[in-house]
Write a protein that binds this ligand. Structure first.
Ligand code: 5AD
Ligand code: SF4
Length: 440
């Protein structure tokens, strides 16, 4: 059992950066450490172990973590016995540079080494304990992550990525694609349902590439839909090339699978899509969107867009703007291209200036704000079932939850309406990011 040197239970503080996969991984890490005798600290100042679970997707993400590491170094200076560790994608991405920049780190552990954390933390040598081996068999399927309470829970269905898009570091830091066995996923979800979770979000870097024996992602959706107590199923992120008819059919025929899809397009230029090695053309993507919309009524769509990729000319960018208008996404996550070491596009470097990237980014953000607002206003007067999550962030006496389309709805609280309930609301007014509703 772990011990903090004074015979008491050691306490760990864990901060999470980046995507939902990292949030899910942090819950796994917490479970691993609890099993080994650690407790969760209420504040970093009272922790014996401080861990940062990090993201390497863009340079900005790494800079944030390096800044935070600087703050924590001061804390460690005051209390040298505190162990400071870095987990996740950044640990995997740049361990050597990292240890050089932050020599006070005690631990550097990549995403496939979390089972070993108690052992790595037990290392009392002078050098940091480092384990960044990737393991194509590791799914952590047997470990139940520690869930925070709430009506929604994230469940890892697959790990890693085999797509190797030219701009993306994920396949290098998270390793090869592997799926969690269905039995493990279903056991996990049953447990969640018994604790009052109503909605599960299946996670994977290319979640619809899920495959375990005979079961593809469509089959997995149907198995999850058969779990009593689970009312809503979502998943993120699917890859357009893996959006098979079986998956579309499962979405269309299983009422629990919600009519919302995050379908990253990245660019509206075929030249850029080819350079990015995305594996589809705009025509194929638009055809997929049309088939999805035909099969799933009132489907909401969101996407990821990268502006300023290597070689992106004004014409390419205009094609992206055009595609965004054509599809009419409900929302979009937009990014300036960030050159990442190890990727295929790394050696090509940057051709678009920072100022031009910023200009293009601002344009797509403004465009999407307008489209989102228009789409949200267009549903004024309509009714939706909303899964209640809790008090709205703004507005006292208001509750918030999501519509099936994953839009945030706020509405007046009323006695007897508690988190986990589903209520019908009518949309009264809308902003680009939320719906103001009345109880229907
Ligand atoms: N630069 C900018 N954005 C990136 N993404 C992935 N890699 C990069 C990069 N090097 C974006 C993609 C992806 C999302 C998770 O992050 O749009 O879909
Ligand atoms: Fe990165 Fe492409 Fe894999 Fe998505 S599909 S994680 S963008 S390599």
């Amino acid at each position: 059992m772990a011990d903090n040197g004074h015979g008491a239970q050691p306490r760990v503080w864990l901060e999470t950066y980046g995507c939902q996969m990292n949030i899910a991984d942090s819950q796994l890490v917490t479970a691993v450490l609890r099993r080994a005798g650690y407790a969760v600290a209420a504040r970093p100042e009272e922790a014996d172990v401080i861990l940062l679970n990090t993201c390497a997707i863009r340079e900005h993400a790494e800079e944030r973590v390096l800044g935070r590491l600087g703050d924590l170094a001061r804390l460690k200076h005051a209390r040298p016995q505190v162990k400071l560790g870095l987990l996740g994608c950044m640990a995997q991405h740049n361990r050597a540079a990292l240890i050089e920049k932050a020599p006070w780190l005690d631990l550097v552990a990549g995403p496939d080494t979390y089972r070993r954390l108690p052992e790595l933390l037990g290392n009392s040598g002078f050098d940091p304990a480092v384990d960044v081996r990737l393991n194509r068999a590791e799914t952590y399927g047997d470990i139940s992550p520690e869930y925070e309470s709430g009506v929604r829970a994230y469940v890892t269905a697959m790990r890693g990525c085999d797509k190797f898009c030219a701009f993306c570091v994920v396949p290098y830091v998270r390793g090869r694609e592997r799926s969690v066995p269905p039995a493990d996923i279903i056991r996990e979800i049953r447990e969640l349902a018994s604790r009052g979770v109503k909605e599960v979000v299946l996670l994977g870097q290319t979640v619809n590439a899920y495959r375990c024996g005979d079961a593809g992602f469509g089959e997995l959706l149907r198995m999850v839909a058969a779990v009593d107590g689970i009312e809503r199923i979502r998943f993120t992120s699917p890859h357009p090339s893996d959006m098979s008819q079986r998956v579309i059919d499962a979405m269309a025929s299983e009422p629990k699978v919600q009519p919302y899809l995050h379908l990253p397009v990245q660019s509206g230029s075929d030249r850029m899509l080819a350079a990015m090695e995305r594996g589809y053309t705009t025509e194929e993507y638009l055809d997929l969107v049309a088939r999805l919309r035909a099969a799933i009524p009132h489907l909401a769509l969101s996407t990821d867009i990268i502006v300023g990729f290597h070689g992106e000319e004004d014409d390419d960018f205009r094609a992206t703007v055009e595609l965004m208008r054509t599809v009419g996404y409900d929302s979009a996550f937009t990014f300036k291209y960030s050159v990442r070491e190890h990727t295929r596009a790394h050696r090509l470097g940057d051709t678009v200036s920072e100022a031009e990237k910023a200009r293009r980014l601002n344009e797509v953000i403004a465009l999407q704000e307008g489209i989102s607002l228009e789409r949200n206003r267009a549903i004024a007067g309509r009714e939706f079932p909303v899964l209640v999550e809790g008090p709205a962030r703004r507005g006292t006496g208001m509750l918030a939850g999501k519509t099936p389309q994953f839009k945030t709805a706020v509405f007046p609280a009323r006695d007897g309406i508690a988190p986990g309930a589903t209520v019908n609301v009518r949309v009264e007014s809308a902003t680009a990011h939320s719906l103001v509703c009345a109880l229907a």
